[in-house]
Design a protein around this ligand. Structure first.
Ligand SMILES: [Zn+2]
Length: 512
């Protein structure tokens, strides 16, 4: 690591020297001219030029190219800060495929991994490896609750933790935070996390809060008990004295369909009381998870419970298998189709698949009206819950989908507000003081796109099909995507929380 830092320092010194020796040459700066700038704050578009020097935005305004300066034309295009994806599952993808084509082609310049309670471990080792083999994009990580719980409890996790075990987990959360984590994430619908008590999560939240972190949660129930689970999340954040991010906010069963307004007013009340609550939402009506999540009471072999679970998501035709080790022939088909062809009931089929090792599934169980209602809230940001080589189209399409379908076609959001939800809002949550806004002195993470054509093309059958309309993407001042393909540059960095922001903004006015 030291060696790398020295190399960086030397390169910077050489560049500085070159600049002082040859002031007439402008090879060290480049300029994007004549774009409509959406600066990330939500301010109306303005025609401006942006000059970049090294990894920094040097000037913004009515600028003329200097002799020898590389010029990128922004004519007819929108220039925005790079998109920050606060819920991204590219832990492994960044290792295997650091070019991250599906990510940069949709304008993502920073991604946050370690969501849903699962993070790399040890965090320091993982981040160090990313520094040594950088990706095209910047990376941040959460400290996973299930990850530290497994470290302490091993295979014996199907119970409440003891006081001593919780103390050990808290020490690991602190270690993870010191090694570069941004906060605590939990996945309380999943196996390891679901056995924890609210008290355990409060104790671990306090540990994250001591290092300026926030609490990001896939809540305990995204189905009929959603409101109880929302309540638990705000209690953990309040008792732990740290900000709250509700992951992929949704209402995913028939019993709660149409209740987005009620959910919004619940969180609005907390925000009015000064609690720093935000959420993220992916722009799809279908989720991607494992088959177990369909039956919240975990009685996978009880026909009544399974039947209820399948009914709650709208029926067996709404559940599509994406991966099944024991039965690869099921992949791409829904429970109703498979049950018919196997001459069994969907309930019997469900229990059989669980007995054979389970499967990953897509559940088409959300209502568009609810997704739209969440998107209209100024404290709801865009995040993918996808990542490199995701089996769900959100992995390659989330950001262009919002710009194309929600902004241009449906006119649900203004372009400026959609950009704010992709840039300054997540930057604030991640305490990235120097990103998420186009202004002099900020890091040059930039996206140039065509507002008339930007759109996603990924589907459930072709989840990695690239999006269209993202013209150029720069990370830390270096173009990583241009002319419809990666440039090959991999300037991504490991980012951590900035120290300058307080851990707990007390005043309601500080909440976006
Ligand atoms: Zn999740």
């Amino acid at each position: 690591m030291k060696k790398l830092f020295f190399a960086g320092a030397i390169a910077a010194a050489v560049a500085a020297l070159a600049a002082t020796r040859a002031p007439e040459s402008n090879a060290s700066t480049w300029i994007i001219v004549g774009a409509q700038v959406a600066d990330g704050t939500g301010k109306p578009l303005e025609s401006k030029s942006v000059r970049i020097s090294g990894d920094e935005i040097l000037e913004v305004g009515a600028l003329e190219p200097k002799p020898g300066e590389k010029v990128v034309s922004g004519s007819g295009l929108v220039l925005a800060p790079g998109f920050i994806d606060v819920h991204n599952h590219s832990e492994k993808g960044l290792v295997d495929d650091p070019l991250a084509e599906t990510q940069i082609s949709q304008g993502i310049t920073t991604l946050v991994i370690g969501a849903d309670g699962d993070s790399p471990w040890p965090i320091g080792d993982y981040l160090e490896a990313r520094r040594k083999a950088p990706a095209t994009v910047n990376v941040m990580t959460m400290v996973g609750h299930a990850t530290v719980r497994s470290q302490v409890m091993g295979e014996d996790f199907k119970r409440r933790a003891t006081k001593d075990e919780i103390a050990k987990m808290a020490a690991l959360v602190e270690q993870g935070m010191r090694e570069g984590g941004s906060g605590l994430s939990s996945g309380l619908e999943y196996d390891v996390g679901s056995y924890s008590s609210t008290g355990e999560l409060i104790a671990l939240s306090k540990a994250a809060a001591r290092h300026g972190g926030f609490y990001m949660t896939h809540i305990r129930d995204e189905a009929d008990k959603s409101f109880k689970a929302f309540q638990e999340a705000v209690i953990i954040s309040h008792e732990g004295s740290l900000p709250l991010e509700i992951s992929h906010i949704k209402l995913a069963t028939v019993g709660v369909w149409g209740k987005a307004k009620k959910a919004v007013s619940f969180f609005e009340q907390r925000r009015m009381l000064g609690q720093d609550v935000t959420a993220d939402c992916y722009p799809y009506e279908a989720w991607h998870s494992d088959l177990y999540t369909l039956v919240p009471n975990k009685k996978y072999y009880d026909p009544a419970s399974v039947e209820r679970g399948i009914k709650d998501v709208g029926g067996p035709a709404r559940v599509t298998i994406t991966a099944c080790k024991a039965h690869p022939q099921y992949e791409g088909r829904n429970l109703e189709e498979i049950a018919k062809s196997e001459n069994v009931t969907p309930v019997a089929l469900f229990s059989k698949i669980i007995a054979d090792g389970g499967a990953d599934v897509i559940g088409h169980s959300m209502k568009e009206e609810d997704v739209f209602e969440f998107y209209k809230q100024r404290w709801v940001m865009v995040a993918s819950d996808g990542g490199i080589h995701s089996a769900h189209p959100r992995g390659a399409g989330t950001f262009p989908r919002v710009l194309g379908r929600y902004v241009r076609v449906r006119k649900l959001l203004t372009l400026e507000d959609a950009i704010r939800k992709m840039t300054s809002l997540p930057a604030r949550r991640m305490k990235l003081d120097d990103r998420g806004v186009i202004a002099p002195g900020r890091r040059a993470d930039l996206v140039l796109f065509d507002p008339k054509t930007v759109i996603d093309h990924s589907t459930f059958t072709e989840p990695e099909k690239l999006s269209e309309g993202i013209v150029m993407v720069a990370v830390n001042g270096q173009p990583v995507w241009a002319d419809g393909k990666p440039t090959g540059a991999r300037p991504g960095r490991v980012l951590t929380l900035s120290a300058s922001q307080p851990a707990v903004p007390a005043a309601p006015t500080a909440v976006p």
